[in-house]
Design a protein around this ligand. Structure first.
Ligand code: NI
Length: 166
């Protein structure tokens, strides 16, 4: 396994729509192992394949590991199946936009379906921070970052803050 370099915004690969995974090959298994190692080394709670330059619909997340409640999820071809009406705001960081966090409003409850590394179909509901994290990672697979959720004023302010410290 190896720790991969994480692309930083505004790398154009972070703005691409990723392609579905057709088959779980050894290359996919190696990529996922490397992505998990990269996420933990960063250290972060989620990492999507385009953040390491691979434009495939794969992300990993482990929302509780920093609190000793590790539960790594490997999500291949994830899709939202149900989205709740209520919304919640979270301050979201991103390993590709280090040093700043954006306040993003998202549905507070979602149900996601995905394929595991073993090829099994999973359906799970997420709420709270896990719901925000899953949607954040899913966004990466469609070339969407936290800044894209902000209005023009908030976006210019945070872009200026990011550029000032970069
Ligand atoms: Ni991110």
């Amino acid at each position: 396994m190896s720790v991969l370099p994480i692309l930083k915004w505004p790398d154009p690969r972070l703005m691409e729509t990723c392609a579905p995974v057709e088959e779980i090959t050894d290359d996919v298994r190696t990529l996922v192992a490397d992505m998990l190692e990269t996420m933990y080394a960063a250290p972060g709670r989620g990492l999507a394949a385009p953040q390491v330059g691979i434009l495939s619909r794969i992300f990993v997340m482990d929302v509780g590991w920093k609190e000793g409640k590790s539960d790594p999820l490997v999500c291949i071809n994830p899709m939202l199946q149900e989205v709740g009406d209520e919304r919640a705001e979270n301050d979201e960081g991103c390993l590709s936009i280090p040093g700043v966090s954006a306040t993003v409003s998202r549905p507070s409850r979602v149900q996601m379906v995905w394929t595991s590394l073993e090829g099994a179909r999973y359906v799970q509901s997420f709420e709270g921070f896990a719901a925000a994290c899953a949607q954040h990672e899913l966004d990466h697979l469609d070339g969407v970052i936290t800044f894209d959720h902000l209005d023009a004023v908030a976006r210019s302010a945070i872009e200026a803050e990011y550029e000032a410290q970069a």
